[in-house]
Ligand binder design. Structure first.
Ligand code: AMP
Length: 489
């Protein structure tokens, strides 16, 4: 494990520290059946705490360090965790709201003492179906739900990664620039399995220049990045003349990647990109779009495939279902359904939500999409984001894709606005590209060139940024609320 370029622990030390902290946890009565919350920024001790909890037989509850202490406390309470590990600021914030369980600050003496405990001699055995990770969904609407991720789901996800997403070797490294409570953190497993390096950027977050520097230093680096991070990396690289030396693989996913952005990214960095589509309920493992699918422009279906999220990963089946859960033909749009070993057993303490989400063994993802004849899945939108105008379905993603091809548009989000005659009409919130003064007339003409007339936005709102949650997902609910407030006002 490295903090920047400094080695902080080799695998021997990593293992010994985890075994000591595990023994200290067991001495405090924490073991199988318990939950250990982690409210930490990305630091090397993150992995020590995580593996310590597993060695002790407990499950982890990773919480996004960017959440407010009260939001974190809600998750801690919902999970029933009996201890929380935190990095300094988070520990103070939790203490200030008088959390009722022990808070262990990983920069403090208590944690240093735990690392000195007599190490646990053997890892506490767990059954494959026992919970390993309680994953709180990022909550773009309402309260997050806890997804039960079992040990065998984690093992399956990690082993599937090698054939489906990317090979990893001991000489490779992974850079943790996205929150470890989510995808980037789940991907630690594949890198532990092969003994690769784990690199924690000293900035503690996503800093383009730092990533380029670390990648150059390590020479064969992997990065998990949300599409917005990929876009920022491309822009910064182009502006500063960087070529991304040392970036071997960038796995992207977690939100829509617009075609205009991925083309620009591949043009600049070369064939380093692999896309994954997943959700907490089937972590990182629904589909993958391979490196060659992304980069192979000579393929006759390259463009269609680039818009897609690829094909089902090895341990799941993907089906498109109609309103009654019946399979639909290739090309027809319906709800994306997933079945297989990597699908969650259910939500934590929430049988109603579990019963609505897993029906006859199929996970109802809430995402809409279609399969092509070769099994490539194209994601449209969350079903609740679909716009119905005059009885016709309009997928915001398609309108966003078109608008993103205009040079004057940096970011865009399209939502439906209630309208008495048509039910809903299409409106766009646009962040202009730097220095651009693109206007409604120009974008309207651009849309007429690209998509059917009825799909083009009836109104544009110019904003300096789009509202996003802590994982960078656009909060369409908030945009719709703004529209309601405008019409009320
Ligand atoms: P979460 O459970 O918080 O990881 O959120 C999962 C949701 O993010 C999915 O249901 C999709 O709506 C969205 N998502 C994940 N991966 C992709 C992707 N590659 N392209 C578009 N949307 C994605």
């Amino acid at each position: 494990m490295f903090f920047g370029t400094e080695l902080v622990a080799d695998y021997g030390t990593f293992n010994a520290d985890a075994a000591s902290v595990a023994a200290a946890l067991q001495a405090r009565g924490i073991g199988p059946g318990d939950r250990v919350a982690i409210f930490m920024k990305n630091v090397p001790d993150y992995l020590i705490v995580e593996y310590a909890a597993w060695y002790a037989g407990a499950a982890v509850v990773p919480i996004n360090a960017k959440l407010h202490a009260r939001e974190a406390a809600w998750i801690i309470e919902d999970s029933g965790a009996t201890v929380v590990f935190a990095t300094p600021g988070g520990a103070d914030d939790l203490a200030a709201i008088q959390l009722e369980i022990p808070i262990i600050d990983v920069s403090g003496d208590d944690f240093a003492d735990m690392k000195k405990a007599q190490p646990l001699a053997v890892v506490t055995p767990r059954a494959p179906g026992d919970m390993a990770w309680l994953f709180y969904t990022s909550g773009t609407t309402g309260k997050p739900k806890g997804v039960i991720i079992t040990h065998d789901m984690l093992i399956g996800m990690a082993l599937c990664y090698f054939p489906d997403v990317d090979q990893v070797r001991a000489e490779d490294s992974t850079i943790y620039a996205a929150p470890m409570s989510h995808g980037a953190g789940l991907y630690n497993l594949m890198h532990v399995l092969v003994g690769a390096s784990h690199v924690f950027p000293p900035s503690g977050g996503f800093d383009e220049a730092e990533i380029f520097e670390l990648a150059r230093h390590y020479g064969s680096a992997h990065l998990f990045a949300a599409p917005t991070m990929v876009k920022r990396l491309t822009q910064m690289a182009k502006a500063s003349g960087q070529s991304g030396t040392g970036l071997r693989t960038i796995t992207y996913g977690g939100g829509p990647m617009y075609v205009a952005d991925i083309i620009e990214a591949v043009d600049h960095f070369g064939p380093v990109f692999v896309q994954i589509y997943g959700q907490g309920e089937c972590p990182m493992a629904v589909t993958a779009l391979s490196r060659s699918d992304v980069a192979d422009r000579a393929h006759p279906n390259w463009r269609e495939r680039l818009i897609s999220v690829g094909r089902a990963q090895s341990l799941v089946e993907v089906m498109i279902g109609d309103a009654h859960g019946q399979a639909m033909a290739p090309g027809e749009t319906g709800e994306i359904m997933v079945r297989g070993d990597l699908v969650m057993p259910g939500y934590w303490n929430n049988p109603d939500a579990s019963a609505k989400t897993i029906v006859d063994g199929w996970l109802l993802t809430g995402d809409m999409g279609f399969l092509d004849a070769d099994g490539y899945l194209t994601l449209q939108d969350r079903s609740k984001d679909m716009i119905i105008s005059g009885g016709t379905n309009i997928y915001p993603r398609e309108v966003e894709e078109a608008l993103m091809f205009h040079d004057g548009v940096a970011e865009v989000s399209v939502v439906g606005r209630p309208e008495p005659e048509w039910g809903e009409d299409v409106v766009a919130f646009v962040v202009r590209a730097e220095g651009s003064n693109v206007d409604e007339a120009a974008l309207d003409a651009h849309c007429l060139d690209q998509i059917a007339r009825f799909k083009r936005p009836k109104a544009y709102f110019w904003v300096s940024e789009l509202p996003k949650n802590n994982y960078g997902k656009v909060l369409k609910t908030e945009l719709r609320e703004r529209l309601t407030e405008m019409s009320d006002g």
